[in-house]
Design a protein around this ligand. Sequence first.
Ligand code: 13P
Length: 252
Amino acid sequence: MTNKLKYFVGNWKMFGDFGSFKIINKINQYISRNKKSKNIKIVLCVPNTLIHFFREKLKTRNILFGAQNCQHYHGYGPFTGSISTLMLKKVGANFVILGHSENRSEGETNKLIKKKIKSALSQKLNIIFCVGETLKQKRANKTFSVIRSQLKGSLENKMNLKKIIFAYEPVWSIGTNKIPKAKELQKIIRFIKKDFRQIFKINKLPLVLYGGSVNSKNISLLASIDEIDGFLIGSASQSSKKFIDIIKNYYK
Ligand code: 13P
């Protein structure tokens, strides 16, 4: 069993209302009693409409909050319907997910993601930067080249790269109950760490999370891959029981 800090990040996607605080409350109660809690970092990326409410209502900082996307322009401006990183910071977000495949599939490019990363960094937000290949790209053996182009296309040396945590999320694994084979996954996580270090000439390896159909059953297999620094959990994070069971089983 590891003593390294592990991230359990929930991506609620388009889910939740004020009543969903009961989910947060139960997770908070669990983590307050957990002996391992100093090794566990919980971040919930909830809809923007709930960040301030949850943060104020939760009396502890056992759980940090994040957003799921942002506008690329950092301040206020004529962008109807958009939320900037300045606004996210003001409502209490500490993290923002960027480059999620659900947004890439709506036309978000590496270039646009780069602008969003710069904006998030200007507000000192921590970034969870999603990378990963589609099924078609996987079948064409393009996983590594796709990830490399996502890294090169959205990051720059002069950025404060320490604020970036990667999430490897193979698109074919999201919401499908399919996860990569352990050996394959380990190889890809190692690749992301080493490639990032090499491209951007930094000493420290970055943190890399895994996301895609993580649940309380497959977490034991995922836990065997020590290089994974945590998990980006979609639908299972919308239930306190499922989310807590993932953490419990991780440390079993
Ligand atoms: P699921 O856990 O529902 O497959 O979603 C993963 C995801 O997209 C997290 O960002």
